[in-house]
Design a protein around this ligand. Structure first.
Ligand SMILES: O=C(O)C1=C[C@@H](OP(=O)(O)O)[C@@H](O)[C@H](O)C1
Ligand SMILES: C=C(OP(=O)(O)O)C(=O)O
Length: 434
C-alpha cells in the first residue's frame, strides 16, 4: 500500500488514537501467565499486539477477542504454557520477541522465535547476553532471529547493569526473573518506560525500586486484573506534530497515556515553543492519562536535552518533521538506538528529508536539521518502518508539492486506521495498492 499526500491543510477536531502498543503487549503476556481471567479494554488491534496474542494462543492460552478493543485472557498461571509445536513468528515486533525471550527462557519446553525481514536484522545479543548469564540456553545466527531457546534450564537471579537504555531488555530480564531462583535486579543508564514494573504490581507481583535498582524475586504468582489501555502517546505524536506545524490547527487528543517515562515528545515540543496543554489529568489502572489540547504555534529549533532521548525514543521520526518546520537548527545526539529500530531511523529519515529538500547532517548518534526552509515533495522510501511512513505523511501539511510514500503496509503494526483518522482531521491523504 502507498500513501499519496496533497500539500497543505490544517488539523482540527477531536480524536482518540489506538491503544498503547507497549501496554497492550504486556497485558496479554501477564494476563496469560496470571491465575484467573484478565479483561482488557482499549487494546491495540494492530499487527504487533496481535502477534503477541497469536503467540500465546499457540502456547495453549485461551484468548477471546479482540473486539472493539476488548480482550479476555484466560490465564494459565506461570507454569501453564504448552510447547507451541511450531516456530513462533512474531512479525515486525521487537517488543514481542525480546519480552518473550525472557518469559520463555524459564519454560520446560524448547521454542524457536522468528519474525519478518525487518525483525531478522535486529540485534538480539542484548537479550541473549543477560539471559545466558541467568543460565538460559538461547542463541541465534549472528545474534539475530530466529532465536532458539532450550527449555528445562534452571535460571538463577542476577544483577544486570543494562549497557543501553532499553525497556525491552529491562523487561526481558525482569520477566525471566519471575522464573529464576532468588532475586533478579537491573539498573539502567537512563530511565526507560516502566510499564512492565507498573503492570507486574497491578498483577499483585512485588517489584522493588531503590536508588535506581529495580528488583523482584522469582517463585511468586500473578493475580488476574482488569486493564484499561490508554491511547498510545507514540501514535498521538504524529497528530501533535501535525497540529503544531499546520497554521490554523486546533486539536484535542483524548485519553492519552502520559506516563512520565513516555513524556519526552511533549517536553521537547514544549521547548520548541509548541502550544500544548494537558486537561482532565487522571490515573487509569496505574497509568497516568490526560486529554491533550494542541494548537498551531511557530516552532524554533533546539538542542534536544540528552535526558529526554529515551523518553521520546519512538517519537523522533515525527519530531524530525517538527524540526524541519521550526525556525533554526535542531540538534539531536545520544540517539544511536534509533539505528536499530524497524529501520535505521536516522538514515531513513535523513534520506526522506533530503528528498524533500530539507538540509540535514547525519551524526553517528543523531542528526542536525536545518529548519525553516521550504519543504518540497517527492517519493519516500519507508524501509518497512511504520513510523517513517506516518512522519512523512504529516510533513505534507507544510510541503509545496505532492508526497508519495511507498510501502506503507507496516503502518498497521502500530496504528491501524491511520489514514482514515488523518483524513478526518484534515490531512489530504489517499491510499493505493502498491
Ligand atoms: O518496551 C517496549 O514496549 C518498547 C521499548 C522501546 O524499545 P527499546 O527497548 O529497544 O528501546 C521502544 O522503541 C519500543 O517501541 C517499545
Ligand atoms: C521500535 C518499535 O517497536 P518494536 O521494537 O516493538 O518493533 C516502534 O514501535 O517504534
Amino acid at each position: 500500500m502507498e500513501f499519496k499526500l496533497m500539500p497543505g491543510g490544517t488539523i482540527n477536531g477531536e480524536a482518540r488514537v489506538p491503544g498503547d502498543k507497549s501496554i497492550s503487549h504486556r497485558a496479554i503476556m501477564l494476563g496469560a501467565l496470571a491465575e484467573g481471567t484478565t479483561r482488557v479494554t482499549g487494546f491495540l488491534e494492530g499487527e504487533d499486539a496481535l502477534a503477541t496474542v497469536a503467540a500465546f494462543r499457540s502456547m495453549g492460552v485461551k484468548i477471546d477477542g479482540p473486539e472493539d478493543g476488548e480482550v479476555e485472557i484466560h490465564g494459565v498461571g506461570l507454569h501453564g504454557l504448552k510447547a507451541p509445536g511450531h516456530t513462533l513468528d512474531v512479525g515486525n515486533s521487537g517488543t514481542t520477541i525480546r519480552l518473550l525471550s525472557g518469559l520463555l527462557a524459564g519454560q520446560s519446553f524448547d521454542v524457536e522465535l522468528t519474525g519478518d525481514v525487518s525483525l531478522q536484522q535486529r540485534p538480539m545479543g542484548r537479550v541473549i547476553d543477560p539471559l545466558t548469564r541467568m543460565g538460559a540456553d538461547i542463541s541465534g545466527p549472528d545474534s539475530k532471529p530466529p532465536l532458539r531457546i532450550r527449555g528445562s534450564k534452571n535460571l538463577q537471579g542476577i544483577h544486570y547493569d543494562l549497557p543501553m537504555a532499553s525497556a525491552q531488555v529491562k523487561s526481558c530480564v525482569l520477566l525471566a526473573g519471575l522464573y529464576a531462583e532468588g532475586c533478579t535486579s537491573v539498573t539502567e543508564p537512563a530511565p526507560t518506560r516502566d510499564h512492565t514494573e507498573r503492570m507486574l504490581r497491578g498483577f499483585a507481583y512485588k517489584v522493588k525500586q531503590n536508588n535506581g535498582v529495580i528488583s523482584l524475586s522469582g517463585g511468586g504468582t500473578l493475580k488476574a486484573t482488569d486493564i484499561d489501555v490508554p491511547a498510545d502517546i507514540s501514535s498521538a505524536a504524529f497528530f501533535l506534530v501535525a497540529a503544531c506545524i499546520a497554521p490554523g490547527s486546533d486539536l484535542l487528543l483524548t485519553h492519552v497515556g502520559i506516563n512520565p517515562t513516555r513524556m519526552g515528545v511533549l517536553n521537547i515540543l514544549s521547548l520548541m515553543g509548541a502550544d500544548i496543554t494537558l486537561k482532565n489529568e487522571r490515573e487509569v489502572g496505574g497509568e497516568p492519562v490526560a486529554d491533550i489540547h494542541v494548537r498551531y504555534a511557530p516552532l524554533k529549533g533546539i538542542e534536544i536535552p540528552p535526558d529526554q532521548v529515551p523518553l521520546a525514543i519512538d517519537e523522533f521520526p515525527a519530531l524530525f518533521i517538527a524540526a524541519a518546520c521550526a525556525e533554526g537548527r535542531t540538534i539531536l545526539r545520544g540517539a544511536e538506538e534509533l539505528r536499530v529500530k524497524e529501520s535505521d531511523r536516522i538514515a531513513a529519515m535523513a534520506e526522506g528529508l533530503n528528498t524533500l529538500g530539507v538540509k540535514n547532517e547525519v551524526l553517528e548518534d543523531g542528526i542536525i536539521i536545518e529548519g525553516g526552509g521550504t519543504i518540497g515533495g517527492g517519493v519516500i522510501h519507508t524501509y518497512h518502518d511504520h513510523r517513517i511512513a506516518m512522519s512523512f505523511a504529516i510533513a505534507a501539511l507544510r510541503a509545496e508539492q505532492e508526497i508519495r510514500i511507498l510501502d506503507c503496509d507496516h503502518v498497521a503494526t502500530s496504528f491501524p486506521g491511520f489514514d482514515a483518522l488523518a483524513r478526518g482531521l484534515g490531512l489530504q491523504i489517499s491510499t493505493r495498492a502498491g
